[in-house]
Design a protein around this ligand. Sequence first.
Ligand code: MN
Length: 355
Amino acid sequence: MEMTLRWYGSKFDTVTLKQIRQIPGVTGVISTLYDTAPGEAWELDRILALKKEIEDAGLRLSGIESVNVHDEIKVGTANRDQYIDNYITSLENLGKAGIHMVCYNFMPVFDWTRTELARKRPDGSTVLAYTQAAVDRLNPEDMFDSISSDMNGTVMPGWEPERMARIKELFAMYKDVDDEKLFANLKYFLERIMPVCDKYDINMAIHPDDPAWSVFGLPRIIINKKNILRMMKMVDNPHNGVTFCSGSYGTNLNNDLPDMIRSLKGRIHFAHVRNLKFNSPDDFEEAAHLSSDGNFDMYEIMLALYDIGFDGPIRPDHGRMIWDEVAMPGYGLYDRALGATYLNGLWEAIVKSHR
Ligand SMILES: [Mn+2]
């Protein structure tokens, strides 16, 4: 595996490449062209400039998170082909730039959803948290206001103001889309992009829905073992793969994370590894990465990745906000650096104990 950190680009991120370079064991970053809109074709020059900036800092551009999928593709409108053509152009240019892993999601309207971006924990750190009771009280249009007031002046992925201004329209678009329709639209999209992925050896890595259940009545399909295996079979090409995000699949306590990892051998192209602390089955907060701080056995998760021969990029996920850092919630330097170091420690122990 290759330890990486997510980085939004020098215009958007409070963390610098120089800082990332100094985290022991982190050799790559996962980045994106953060100011491109979903549906736009990525230009080769911009990808190469991003790559060069990262390489000049002594790091590798280990993959893209994310190339976002336009809502017309997810809904399956008559216009979808033009957006898929643009997506194919983006993949072609990424392939030409030597990028081989692309993370994306197929979540309607909202990306990930949290109800608090700065819940205070007993040690004084703040974390992202979710409580179903709060979602049940909100109407979807108010969701954005509740999130945006907590973003520390940053723009969080999936919660761009331009996008949220259209929220009513977005909900209307998805009115007739149920789980089956969403599966069919995902299949259509994947079948059209697989040839360019085959040509340039690009591993597509779908990020699970977060939380792993329906929010505001919208369909959610990438939520459990049964559905993800259905998706793998539906387009049975190794380039159709998975971002295994423990914190997203883990929102549903019925998901057995190590078992899911083992069932996806050969199809996990990217891993997000983090812990959650549950106060009840529908109230959780994003704990420190350490097993004892939350509900997951992080050793078992890393062991399962080792057992299936996982060799893709991995990253610590959302960190707590600690030591008075001001950053995009979940994406500060300090706690993610601690997370990377901890995961590297687990990995070293696993590798050495298997000699
Ligand atoms: Mn994730």
